[in-house]
Design a protein around this ligand. Structure first.
Ligand code: TRH
Length: 383
């Protein structure tokens, strides 16, 4: 694809970090690896700033890491055909301004228009990936682009240098120690089994903490600020602010600052087990080569249970991970349902085997190429 292409990526932040997390990652990869001039339109600068501290929350327009960032403040506004990029992506069905859509139809060479969807391991995704949808009135067609785990989907985001960067980091114990120390983690805490915790507030964190407290294995649980705050504060006996720490039995819980997105990978690489959630952290955990437990975003009518089972079936890591994951997500069942000490013991025993299989899984999901490359190829095929 030519280096002169422009791309407008529209992101509405719902109530979490994932939407901007995914769009920010994609924007940078499209710019770095494909030479595309990306403009990221984002409505919530505060959330953006949490994952990317360089962002100036007050700026209407700014340049961050070679990406033009625009604060998307309203659906109003006049746009001309010259304002429209070669490729237009709306993330997760966010409504782009009607004036912009009208301008898209005025552009002599129509832009390629994609709706980038959320990730699911379910089979129906293959049938919907790349489907066109004609605009009811204007001469425009929008295409649905689905990330996914098979060759009939758009694949997953994976930057070119990621594995080399991970290997360099984990093979340098001093770098790992310095990173953990920069987050306030003490050496004694780092010597225990290290677990990062990122989940929704309704995860059974208190039950898991109790199992860890009473277990044989020393565990250090590292929790970024704002995650499961009530359960963490309850365990700590104080507010869950960065630096807060408490040990009981075999468990130490430490609150970390919420790290910039680029450091979040390092946190995953530094730990032995990662609890992740939503979409972006879940995908990053799959590249981290460690065992992970996914907390899925809850949906009405327990639709997310189906999605969770679809993933566990594809991932095929076996009984202990499945049992733990189902219970962590409130899907009851299995002999150990609710018995957190038993669930934990089984998972801890299975972890070396689960981690050992991770590179096999990575090869499988990468066989289809990465999402940014697939997306640019798809756009080229439509131009
Ligand atoms: O924030 P999330 O719950 O986002 C979710 C999903 O995107 C989901 O699909 C969507 O429907 C829902 O929001 C509304 O979890 P996710 O996707 O893992 O995104 C978190 C981002 O935050 C990710 O880019 C990693 C980043 N992060 C940091 O940068 N620093 C941190 O300390 C932590 C814990 C996360």
């Amino acid at each position: 694809m030519s280096t002169s292409l422009s791309l407008d990526l529209f992101c509405k932040v719902v109530d979490n970090f994932g939407d901007i997390g995914i769009c920010w990652r994609l924007a940078r990869q499209l710019q770095r690896e494909h030479g595309i001039a990306v403009t990221l339109w984002v409505d919530d600068m505060r959330t953006f700033q949490r994952i990317c501290p360089q962002v100036d929350m007050a700026a209407e327009r700014q340049q961050v890491d070679h990406i033009a960032v625009r604060h998307w403040t309203s659906q109003e506004g006049e746009f001309s055909a010259a304002d429209v990029a070669d490729i237009v992506i709306e993330f997760f069905g966010c409504d782009i301004p009607p004036g912009y859509i009208a301008a898209m139809a005025q552009r002599p060479e129509r832009p390629v228009w994609l709706n980038l969807e959320g990730l699911s391991a379910e089979e129906w995704v293959e049938g919907c990936h790349s489907l066109p949808s004609r605009h009811p009135r204007l001469p425009l067609t929008k295409y649905f682009f689905f990330p996914g785990f098979t060759e009939k989907t758009g694949g997953l985001m994976y930057e070119r240098g990621l594995e080399a960067e991970r290997l360099a980091f984990i093979s340098d114990p001093a770098a790992v120690a310095a990173f953990l120390s920069s987050l306030g983690v003490r050496q004694t805490e780092a010597a225990a089994m290290k677990v990062s915790l990122f989940c929704y507030p309704y995860a059974p964190v208190a039950e898991l903490f109790a199992a860890w407290c009473g277990g044989e294995q020393p565990v250090t649980c590292l929790v970024p600020e704002g995650v499961a705050s009530d359960a963490v504060a309850h365990f700590l006996g104080q507010a869950a602010v960065p630096g807060a720490v408490r040990s009981e039995g075999a468990l130490t819980v430490r609150v970390l600052p919420f790290v910039p997105q680029q450091d979040y990978d390092k946190l995953l690489w530094s730990c032995d087990l990662n609890f992740v959630r939503g979409e972006d952290s879940w995908v990053r955990a799959q590249w981290a080569g460690k065992s992970f437990i996914w907390h899925i975003y809850a949906q009405d009518e327990n639709l997310h249970h189906k999605k969770l089972r679809a993933f566990l079936q594809r991932y095929a890591a076996g009984g202990a991970l499945d049992d733990f994951s189902l219970c962590w997500n409130g899907v009851k069942g299995g002999a150990s349902a609710g018995d957190w000490p038993a669930l934990w013991q089984a998972l801890a025993m299975a972890m070396p085997e689960i981690s050992a299989k991770s590179s096999e899984w990575q090869q499988k999901i990468l066989a289809n190429g990465d999402l940014a490359a697939n997306l640019t190829k798809f756009c080229a095929s439509l131009r």
